[in-house]
Design a protein around this ligand. Structure first.
Ligand SMILES: Cc1ncc(COP(=O)(O)O)c(C=O)c1O
Length: 460
């Protein structure tokens, strides 16, 4: 590759395309080691977000690399309609057991968006098979994110994306997500969450319950809401509303699944609000292979299978190497109790972030569950006033962080209209000492940024 050219010019995908002209070059990755990423100049960056909340096992994990090598020597690809594979059987068995009753069958694909598409198409075909062909609408939340393919984007709540791609998609209703930091006037977190659940039922009644297929939500938010966690009562209310109207509840656990929030599924925190369908990706392969899955019940699969089978598929369904990686990752998640470590290290990181918020004026809120955490950036802690949007604060913080040896990830939903935040979601393998390094470096990054904003007159 011509080293004088920017990856953006060469066309390396969304983040690269989104980089403004003249933005500093990104470090070039040489290798990874645990929570560390090392560039070709030997600089070391602590991976504070697991890339896009994917590298749950850190980098260069010896047992995952060994499993990949062993599988590569046997068979990398065999199409699942022609051959079974040990890798697929082991992965599906482990995944079904960890996800538990009602979510024990997996449709295996190569990423989160494909898994969301598969989940909503499966729900639709199931409805058709059981004589409920009038149901097709999937209600989503605003803000919310479920992927970038047109079907997944249609159910995502991102006004900016809808402005651009809206005409190409079938509009579906969206209801407000129970945001917990900037509340409507005269609301508490609890009362706002109640109102958001009520808005779901109103939307269902307005649309006609017999036309509504599913409600999709992130049980713990990702980038769209900055690790939003709702009050317990919200999950229960949503479950009851869906049950009352015969609507499938889909939890998008692309970010929150596979141990990230301190349980295997975020759904496990709310056993009385169990979803009908769950969608996983990212941490499922910890970034070692493109992998995703839609989890449903054996009963639903049986119903669709008896009617001729799921009319859906991709070349890379149940990809043998992907499944081998997934099986090795799940083995590690279980044997090393990574969900437990996520709960413990998440509590520690949260404490450290709250301590930072006590003396850095830019930190308005700390939230999340386990190691799916976020800090909301503000210009004023008391009024919760946002940093002017044109500052694109998360991107600027991301740039400054590189100078301090910290790799952060940011992506805005709805052009930042709901707030700006940083995800703090390091690999689940992180140690207490590394949590300390992360927090110390983040503190230094935010001090630098606060000084910069002071010099620009944005911060007093
Ligand atoms: C909650 C959620 N759902 C779906 C997706 C889409 O996954 P992918 O980028 O693997 O297609 C993402 C990606 O960030 C996500 O965070």
């Amino acid at each position: 590759m011509d080293s004088a050219r920017q990856p953006a010019e060469i066309g390396f995908g969304l983040q690269a395309f989104a980089r403004p002209p003249g933005a500093p070059r990104l470090p070039r990755i040489a290798r990874g080691e645990g929570v560390w990423l090392i560039d070709t100049e030997g600089n070391r960056y602590l991976d504070a977000s697991s890339g896009p909340v994917a590298s749950n096992l850190g980098h260069g994990h010896p047992r995952i690399l060994a499993a990949m090598e062993a599988q590569a020597r046997k068979a990398v690809f065999a199409y699942p309609s022609q051959f079974e594979s040990e890798a697929n059987l082991e992965f599906a068995e482990r995944l079904g057991r960890l996800a538990g009753p009602g979510l024990d069958r997996a449709f295996i694909v190569s990423g989160g968006s494909e898994a969301v598409e598969s989940a909503i198409k499966f729900a639709r075909q199931h409805a058709v098979v059981i004589g409920q062909g009038s149901r097709w609408k999937v209600i989503g939340r605003q803000p919310g994110y479920h992927g970038n393919t047109l079907g997944a984007l249609a159910v995502s709540g991102d006004e900016h994306a809808h402005e651009i791609f809206g005409p190409m998609m079938r509009a579906v209703p969206r209801v407000p997500a129970p945001l917990s930091y900037r509340l409507p006037p005269n609301h508490t977190v609890e009362s706002h969450a109640r109102a958001c659940a009520a808005a779901l039922e109103e939307a269902i009644l307005r649309e006609g319950p017999e036309t509504v297929l599913a409600f999709i939500m992130e049980p713990v938010g990702g980038l769209a809401t900055g690790a939003l966690v709702a009050p317990d009562s919200y999950y229960e209310a949503v479950r009851q509303i869906c049950t009352r109207h015969g609507i499938k509840l889909i939890f998008d656990e692309v970010m929150s699944g596979a141990g990230r929030t301190g349980r295997f599924l975020a759904a496990d925190h709310w056993p009385s609000a169990r979803p009908d369908i769950a969608v996983l990706a990212k941490g499922l392969s910890a970034g070692y292979a493109p992998l995703g899955a839609a989890l449903v019940s054996a009963e639903m699969v049986g119903t669709v299978a008896a009617a001729g089978g799921f009319m859906h598929g991709f070349t890379y369904n149940a990809h043998v190497m992907g499944c081998a990686v997934g099986a090795a990752v799940l083995r590690e998640v279980e044997e090393a109790d990574l969900a437990g470590n996520s709960a413990r290290m998440g509590a520690l990181l949260r404490q450290r972030l709250e301590a930072l918020a006590a003396h850095n004026p830019l930190l308005g809120d700390v939230r999340g569950l386990g190691l799916l955490l976020a800090v909301e950036l503000v210009a004023d802690q008391n009024s919760r006033q946002m940093i002017p949007l044109e500052k694109v604060a998360p991107s600027r913080v991301q740039q400054i962080a590189l100078r301090h040896g910290l790799a952060l990830y940011c992506r805005r939903t709805s052009r930042g209209a709901y707030g700006d935040w940083l995800m703090l979601s390091p690999p689940l393998t992180i140690t207490a000492e590394e949590v300390g390094i992360l927090a110390t470096r983040l503190g230094a990054v935010l001090d630098d940024y606060a000084n910069e904003l002071r010099s620009e007159g944005v911060l007093r």
